[in-house]
Design a protein around this ligand. Structure first.
Ligand code: DC
Length: 232
């Protein structure tokens, strides 16, 4: 069967990763979480003294180190989740911590970081048969993707989702703090100079607030079938 490229973009914690991962599993495609790549670079910066909540970010040092940062993905194991690897180490847990979440938007706003990761993402997608989720997949990484979806959900709903995720990991967090972090990231993500978060003109909008997981999946599968039946 024809293989296509599927780009799923949207705001942080909109549920797009869960959706994209499940879609990939159902149709036998490779799933890539591009946000995890920005998070891995941020973790590297934190661990190498190039970023800290107190002193901020040393962008010049981080840009110099980019060729040394090796990011890959370990295929899903028993937990069904693909794990992000940084220099051969499994960092799937640490890249979701609040410290990384706080620093990731400024890191993702550095043009050289974006260029570097976009190139890597395009290499991952060379063979098609891929579902990638992020912020600029339909606009910058794969502007020719045969299927583009833009996921929307309110900040409050996204904060609830994030809280649940963190509580499941045993982290104690405050709702207002999580909501503030989401709003701040939205602001940075939508206003940065390079590849700001925006819906591609040819993307289908999926409003996640009022849909169950099954309904989301039904809609995505419908869009997928439409896309593979269309001559591109
Ligand atoms: O989806 P996420 O919350 O894991 O993304 C983490 C950060 O990375 C988010 O603040 C925006 C940034 N990001 C980006 O700029 N471009 C992407 N394609 C994916 C994520």
């Amino acid at each position: 069967m024809k293989k296509i490229t599927i780009a799923i973009d949207g705001y942080s914690s909109s549920g797009k990763s869960t959706m994209a991962r499940e879609l990939a599993r159902r149709i036998g495609y490779v799933y890539i979480d591009s946000g995890a790549m920005y998070r891995a670079v941020t973790l590297y910066a934190l661990e190498h003294g190039m970023a800290s909540p107190d002193t901020g970010l040393n962008a010049a040092e981080l840009v110099k180190a980019l060729p040394l940062i090796h990011i890959s993905f370990k295929p899903a194991g028993a937990d069904g989740v693909q794990h992000t690897m940084l220099d051969g180490r499994d960092v799937e847990g640490p890249i979701r911590d609040m410290e990384v979440s706080r620093m990731v938007s400024p890191v993702a706003a550095i043009p050289e970081v974006r260029e570097h990761l976009v190139r890597l993402q395009q290499q991952f997608g060379k063979e098609r048969g891929i579902v990638m989720d992020g912020r600029d997949i339909g606009t910058t990484v794969f502007p020719d993707a045969e299927l583009k979806v833009f996921v929307e959900a309110s900040p409050e709903e996204r904060a609830r989702r994030r809280m649940l995720e963190m509580e499941q990991k045993g982290e104690k967090v405050d709702f207002d703090e999580v909501l503030a972090n989401i709003r701040e990231r939205d602001r940075i993500d939508t206003t940065r100079a390079v590849s700001p978060l925006r819906k591609a003109d040819d993307a289908h909008v999926l409003d996640n607030d009022g849909l169950t997981r099954e309904q989301q999946m039904d809609r995505l599968l419908e869009l997928y079938h439409e896309a593979i039946d269309t001559d591109h």
